[in-house]
Write a new protein. Structure first.
Length: 95
């Protein structure tokens, strides 16, 4: 759980936020410039800049996942068994 989970925001926004946070951390960890990172991920530098400031317009969850893969992360989608009620979307980060 994170602070984002406790704010009562749209689950889709929370998922995209967590993916964006991981992208920003990875770019920093790799010591890449925004220009080099954007090239590696197949997006423009201005789009990466907006992404790191929480602006996700024009970037789908699938594209954010592709960006993480391009940066060397494995992205796994896990679907749990069906249960009563509405399901949940989560981003679980392994270390």
């Amino acid at each position: 759980m994170s602070v984002l989970d406790d704010l009562g925001l749209d689950p889709g926004f929370i998922v995209k936020s967590k993916l964006a946070i991981r992208i920003a951390k990875t770019v920093d960890e790799l010591g890449l410039s925004q220009r080099d990172a954007a090239l590696k991920m197949g997006i423009t530098q201005p789009k990466l800049s907006r992404l790191t400031r929480g602006k996700f317009d024009g970037l789908s969850q699938a594209k954010l996942e592709e960006c993480l893969v391009a940066l060397g992360h494995d992205v796994t989608i896990n679907i749990s068994p069906r249960h009563e009620g509405v399901g949940a979307r989560r981003v679980l980060e392994t270390v």
